[in-house]
Write a protein that binds this ligand. Structure first.
Ligand SMILES: Nc1ncnc2c1ncn2[C@@H]1O[C@H](COP(=O)(O)OP(=O)(O)OP(=O)(O)O)[C@@H](O)[C@H]1O
Length: 260
């Protein structure tokens, strides 16, 4: 499975650097979290990886693929799917309809194919339905499958959003605050799903999350952004003890040991 490399990425909006010279590697099969205070550049980084923004400078690669100038649908085609912070679901459509719609972006046949080769198109359609049903099973959404998404509890809608990304059969899943606004029980469920996505499906997970307890519990590596710069990266226990991280979160400089 490919590794994701972010190399010296700078992203500028007018005079503002949303990201400055950020480098990090996401090893295949890991859960890696990106943390940092509000406005630190976390979503901007995810936008660069998923092709919504293009870095002003620097390079992003996924295995042999250069993502730096790729469009979002091309990035998805390379096996990178994203669940959005603000749900990207059609509220009036059912769970199963939302997932089928997302899966259709992966259809291998064109309109011409479907007219000329009806058999191939309908076989593909049956495969898509079977795939979507497996995702519904995996994300434990059976009881909601025919309900319009807009009528579901917020925590369930967030779960459908993750399911939507999974229907694209990614090898790398980008999750932007999948637990925001959830109660404790819903968070526990989402943590379990994230762990299972990695363990049972072998999918690499990049997570933006404000709940540091969750981050430290489930991440293999953590990278910390502050004012668009990477200020720390490493194992959760290394990062949580790093004085620069403590300062970024508390605004208070960590005491320097006497004699240091
Ligand atoms: N499209 C844009 N145009 C102008 N400025 C932007 C744009 N997108 C992001 N920014 C700016 O870039 C900086 C980083 O924003 P970003 O949303 O990436 O931070 P974040 O760490 O995800 O914040 P949060 O935790 O609040 O979601 C902010 O100053 C933001 O205002």
């Amino acid at each position: 499975m490919p590794q994701l490399h972010v190399e010296n990425v700078t992203l500028t909006f007018g005079g503002l650097n949303a990201l400055t010279d950020v480098s990090l590697t996401i090893p295949a099969g890991e859960i890696v979290s990106i943390i940092g205070p509000n406005g630190a550049g976390k979503t901007s980084l995810l936008n660069c990886i998923s092709g919504f923004y293009h870095p002003t400078r620097g390079r992003i690669t996924y295995g042999e693929h250069d993502l730096s100038r790729a469009a979002p649908n091309v990035v998805t085609g390379y096996g990178i799917a994203r669940a959005f912070q603000n749900l990207e679901l059609f509220r009036g459509l059912s769970v199963v309809e939302n997932l089928l719609l997302a899966r259709h972006t992966h259809l291998r046949y064109s309109l011409l194919d479907s007219l000329l080769f009806h058999g191939r198109a309908s076989r593909q359609e049956a495969e898509n339905r079977a795939y979507v049903e497996r995702v519904i099973d995996f994300m434990e959404l059976e009881q909601h499958r025919t309900h319009p998404v807009g009528t579901l509890a917020y925590g369930i809608q967030k779960r459908v959003e993750v399911a939507r990304a999974l229907t694209l059969a990614p090898s790398l899943l980008l999750l932007d605050e999948p637990m925001a606004g959830m109660n404790v029980e819903e968070k526990e469920d989402m943590v379990r799903f994230i762990l299972d996505i990695r363990r049972e499906q072998g999918i690499t997970v990049v997570l933006i999350e404000h709940d540091l307890g969750v981050v430290m519990d489930i991440s293999d590596h953590v990278h910390v952004l502050d004012f668009g710069q990477k200020i720390a990266g490493g194992r959760p226990e290394e990062v949580s003890a790093d004085p620069r991280v403590i300062e970024a979160y508390t605004g208070v400089s960590a005491p320097v040991a006497v004699g240091a």
